[in-house]
Write a protein that binds this ligand. Structure first.
Ligand SMILES: [Zn+2]
Length: 422
């Protein structure tokens, strides 16, 4: 038997572990945007584990997320479908300006179902409390171990992963999905010893927008603070990736053919467009460009399209290949969208070369991505064909408004989110 190094990121075993993977792992680093990872060029050492891991495989720094929050993006990772096809998003009014979860539609095949059919034990360990049966995202998992209130941060997540893996059959193939929540606000306290970012004694959530910081100097200082706190949060998420890898190795799960994909579900606004955090109707680039790393036990280096569609990450996990797929994102809004009026209620985006088309609040704009994405120009007339697909799905109210889901949305801060105009 070949023993792999216990340290994540160290070079692989001298003899490749040939054969179809018996351990397939997808790690989702929730809320990690690509440009704040050292893997993708950030000048702070935020993701040493991810960067080391990527040296043994391939990576993409421009994976285009299909949405700006957990529910639609995980559904795409799990199904390989676009938002209008899997239907997961917001919907179901809970009160003024409040929306519940719109679950993934029944019947669309998921990664977990696929691997279960192949004889795998299928396991989800999620620090993000939105990955619950009500969302449809646990479908196909034999074990779905999910944090009630998204509080499995720092070492706690590793403890949950370790205890979950210890209960499994070590002789059976494993499909494991782990959601790491540390980069999602509230950002963690910063110990004094870090060095590259100032100490901070308490976890902290930024405001949604700059309403309290209208004066330029106040906004600048808020942005600096958000950069520091978010960068350290990404560092903690990366540390948890390292813990997950070490736990997999300690349990022997990578002493047989394996495949590992690490990605993020969506990014984060750090003051761009006067906004912080993620959610609402924004489909700006900082929310949608996320990293992806692929590595396996035989040294496979599949070609990754650039940009990489998030739906293609699904195929990377399932088959180890990444097809070229359309780049599209959608933020479905409230149900009962009047026909022909989809952009008034939802936001949709597509990319073409260095341009992005965003349809929102009844108008379509083109954004030049070689610029800073700050001055979109109105595009008279045309509506993207994609918008028609969004329209088809947005008319059906499948939202759920029960208390448990509301508590989870509240824990992630979504219920206090204002409905904004940039
Ligand atoms: Zn998320």
């Amino acid at each position: 038997m070949v023993l792999l190094s216990l340290l994540p990121g160290c070079s692989r075993a001298p003899v490749p572990l040939e054969g179809p993977p018996e351990t397939v792992v997808l790690v989702v680093l929730d809320t990690v945007r690509a440009d704040r990872t050292s893997l993708c060029g950030h000048d702070r050492p935020t993701t040493p584990v991810l960067a080391a891991l990527a040296q043994d495989g391939v990576h993409a720094c421009d994976t285009k997320a299909v949405g700006n929050w957990t529910q639609p993006t995980h559904a795409t990772l799990f199904t390989g479908l676009e938002v209008p096809e899997h239907g997961a998003g917001a919907g179901g009014t809970l009160g003024p300006r409040r929306e519940g979860l719109r679950p993934m539609v029944d019947g669309v095949p998921t990664l977990a179902e696929h691997f279960r059919e192949q004889g795998f034990q299928t396991v989800l360990v999620s620090a993000n409390g939105l990955l619950v049966p009500e969302s449809g995202l646990t479908r196909g998992f034999d074990v779905a171990h999910v944090s009630e209130l998204s509080d499995w941060r720092l070492e706690r997540l590793d403890q949950e992963v370790r205890e979950t893996l210890a209960r499994l059959d070590p002789a059976k193939p494993l499909f494991l999905v782990v959601n790491v929540i540390d980069a999602h606000d509230p950002y963690p306290a910063v110990p004094a010893s870090v060095g590259w970012v100032p100490r901070a004694r308490r976890p902290w959530s930024p405001p949604w927008n700059d309403a309290g910081a209208r004066k330029r100097d106040r906004l600048d200082s808020m942005v600096r603070k958000v950069h520091d706190r978010y960068d350290y949060a990404v560092f903690e998420a990366d540390r948890n990736l390292g813990r997950v890898l070490a736990t997999l190795d300690a349990g022997g799960w990578r002493q047989r053919p394996w495949r590992l994909v690490v990605t993020s579900d969506h990014g984060e606004l750090l003051g761009e467009h006067g906004r912080f955090k993620h959610g609402g109707h924004d489909l700006h680039e900082p929310l949608l460009a996320v990293p992806t790393v692929y590595v396996d036990s035989v040294g496979g280096r599949p070609t990754l399209p650039d940009p990489l569609a998030q739906a293609a990450v699904h195929h990377l996990v399932r088959d180890g290949t990444a097809p070229v797929l359309p780049l599209r994102a959608a933020r479905l809004s409230s149900p009962s969208v009047p026909p022909g009026d989809v952009c008034t209620h939802s936001t949709v985006a597509t990319w073409e070369g260095s341009r992005k088309w965003i349809c929102r609040a009844g108008r379509t704009v083109t954004v030049d991505l070689t610029d800073t994405e700050t001055v979109p120009e109105p595009t008279p007339g045309s509506l993207m064909p994609f918008a028609a697909a969004v329209e088809r799905v947005a008319v059906d109210d499948r939202g759920r408004g029960d208390d448990a889901v509301r508590d989870r949305l509240e824990a992630l801060g979504y219920l206090s989110e204002p409905d904004t105009d940039d």
